[in-house]
Design a protein around this ligand. Structure first.
Ligand SMILES: Nc1ncnc2c1ncn2[C@@H]1O[C@H](COP(=O)(O)OP(=O)(O)OP(=O)(O)O)[C@@H](O)[C@H]1O
Length: 608
């Protein structure tokens, strides 16, 4: 193999001089008559480049002797024939569609040479090069929800599984049998067994991802409870959580007399509405026994796994009803794109909302229970839509539109007190928190809407780089990512149609820009949306804005939008429920905080 340009035959192109560089391969057609457009005509791919980065190559394989074709869209005849039998090898890589950059499409470059040894040497060399791509997963645990979305979980996994096999990524596949299966498996999985995996993949929707997230974090995230303001019943309870990782989950929880004895895990209280609190026996360890490593492992030597850490990643092969997390983190709702992002080991960090329920209802005992949400936590309208939709499961994903309409027509508002930590820029995001009912009823767009900086691939805000490293207009306008030094609590009280907190943009097919177009994946902030009671037509106007790209649904006077690191919520009544990533959570008093970059995801950010 000559690194300075060996001549190989490239299927669909003809003879090319192939050179190997530090970052990849480049090849030039040897014959003038072969235009670069030939590179676009090779099978399966919308567009082939004449450069191949190792970071985009996921497998290299030797093929049998077989035909290779010359240029397809020219009349030129290379080597005197249109096709010829040769020894061959294939490089599996990715390409992008011409129209949109975010979907990734697998593509193949088939090379040939008359000498088998030459082909073998190329395969070996390329495999050495791609093995240097350190950040790629080798062993993954995969949960497949067979009933998610339109029931396509298993089919989607079968479609992408061959790519994992080709890339030699081992997978331990668990098809879930019930709600709570993934959660139970992960809670009961020892850290030693967890460390055998580089990550966990959800083939399902946001609900399955939420289960996995909670199963992982419930005993492995050691953190203070969210800060709370004076006036909130549990003021001053923001002390460090105790490390209870070795406790049996069925051990007793702290009580109202002991509100500061904090446990970051789940409550032992069975709750009919909560699949996470399933009491079915775990199957995780039985499943994992088939995967046990041969090497002797001393329990004591294996460090405990805690989050955040920089090795473990989560992934989603989208198959659910809404797939807001995938859409917000990859820009696509495409199982193939997600599979390639996982196999190629792309990485972004993701903020997670830690939601502490202090009381499940106003009359209930104080019993702190921790949940995590990756996309959204909402009360009122958002909770009721999920609660209502449970009655119409048989409708499939259409149940959300139906339930949304039913709940909208009921037009209920809920009394609540919300306090949020003010961040330096809060005032530019919202009308005064002191809005009274009459002012609310006048629709007015705010004059000083903040400049939107959309989170994209390589987002500098999420990377936490300093403003001095950037000098674009966008960069200079973003001062909001610096948390305030002396944060102040601001109260907002009254009747709300909904109270919600978006951790990420929450894009979905109904809301192309998401709930908050400029939410960032990893800036450490939540976007608190308080929708005050208002006449039904105004509310409808607000909701319809979400369906239009480029609109500003948060600019209504009855909408408060606060970018904050933490908030608390108290409802004096037992009227509604919370919706955490689409899962129901009964709570009348909660405190919530953004945990910056708590988990890593196999994704690269949206290329929007
Ligand atoms: N085998 C199973 N049978 C029933 N429920 C399951 C099963 N596996 C997982 N679940 C639960 O189903 C819920 C929804 O899962 P998921 O989000 O993957 O699909 P979805 O179709 O997008 O969901 P949704 O029902 O929220 O629209 C989750 O709470 C998950 O825990």
């Amino acid at each position: 193999m000559q690194s300075d340009g060996e001549v190989l035959f490239l299927d669909g192109v003809g003879e090319v001089a192939v050179a190997v560089g530090d970052e990849g391969l480049s090849f030039q057609p040897l014959h003038q008559e072969v235009s670069s457009s030939c590179l676009s005509s090779i099978r399966m791919q919308p567009k082939l480049e004449n450069k191949l980065k190792f970071s985009d190559v996921y497998a290299v394989e030797l093929l049998d002797v077989g035909p290779l074709y010359g240029p397809w869209n020219t009349k030129a005849v290379v080597q005197g024939k249109r096709n010829t039998e040769m020894n061959r090898f294939v490089i599996h890589s990715i390409t992008r569609s011409r129209k949109r950059p975010s979907p990734w499409v697998p593509c193949e470059y088939i090379f040939g040479h008359k000498d088998l040894r030459t082909c073998k040497t190329w395969v070996e060399h390329m495999n050495v090069c791609i093995s240097k791509e350190q950040d790629r997963p080798k062993n993954l645990m995969v949960f497949v929800h067979p009933l998610c979305g339109k029931g396509t979980g298993c089919k989607n996994w079968e479609t992408v599984a061959p790519l994992f096999e080709r890339a030699k990524v081992k997978t331990k596949v668990i098809v879930t049998e019930r709600a709570g299966h993934a959660y139970d498996t992960l809670v009961s999985l020892s850290d030693k067994d967890l460390k055998k995996f580089d990550g966990i993949i959800a083939v399902g929707g946001d609900g399955l991802f939420n289960e996995i997230l909670n199963g992982l974090l419930s005993t492995r995230h050691i953190n203070s409870y969210p800060p709370t303001p004076e006036g909130f019943g549990y003021f001053g309870s923001n002390m460090k959580c105790q490390d209870h990782r070795n406790n049996d989950l069925s051990n007793s929880m702290s009580t109202g007399d002991d509100a500061n004895a904090i446990f970051s895990g789940s409550s032992n209280t069975p709750d009919d509405h909560e699949p996470l609190l399933s009491i079915a026996p775990s199957t995780g360890l039985e499943i994992l026994s088939s995967n046990s490593s041969d090497e002797p492992c001393n329990e004591v030597q294996v460090p405990l796994v805690s989050f955040p850490n920089n090795w473990f990643r989560l992934g989603i092969i989208p198959s659910g009803s809404t797939d807001a997390i995938v859409l917000s983190t990859t820009g696509e709702r495409d199982p193939m794109t997600s599979a390639l992002l996982i196999i190629l080991g792309r990485r972004i960090s993701l903020d997670i909302a830690q939601v502490v329920r202090w009381k499940s209802s106003p009359s209930a005992e104080i019993l702190p229970t921790v949940r995590y949400a990756a996309s959204f936590a909402g009360y009122g309208f958002y909770g009721e839509v999920i609660r209502e939709s449970e009655k119409y499961r048989w409708m499939g994903p259409a149940r959300y539109d139906f339930s949304g309409t039913m709940v909208f027509l009921k037009h209920r508002s809920y009394e609540a007190q919300v306090a949020f930590l003010e961040n330096g820029n809060t005032n530019s995001l919202t009308a005064s928190a002191e809005n009274n009912a009459s002012a609310v009823q006048t629709l007015q767009y705010h004059q000083n809407r903040h400049h939107k900086i959309i989170c994209r691939t390589n987002c500098f805000i999420c990377k936490g780089s300093s403003a001095s490293e950037h000098n674009s207009e966008d960069d200079l306008l973003d001062s909001s990512r610096t948390p305030c030094e002396n944060p102040k609590w601001v109260w907002s009280k009254g009747r709300f149609l909904s109270v919600g907190a978006a951790v990420i943009s929450c894009r979905n097919e109904r809301a192309p820009d998401g709930l908050v177009a400029d939410a960032h994946l990893s800036d450490g902030f939540l976007h608190l949306l308080l929708i005050r009671d208002c006449p039904l037509p105004f509310y409808l106007w607000h909701l319809t804005q979400f369906t239009k790209k480029g609109s500003d649904p948060l600019s209504f006077k009855f909408v408060e939008h606060h970018k904050t690191e933490a908030f608390t919520f108290i409802s004096p009544h037992d009227e509604s429920v919370w919706n955490l990533d689409g899962e129901l959570f009964q709570a009348s008093e909660v405190s919530v905080q953004a945990c910056r970059g708590l988990v890593n995801l196999f994704a690269a950010g949206p290329e929007v």
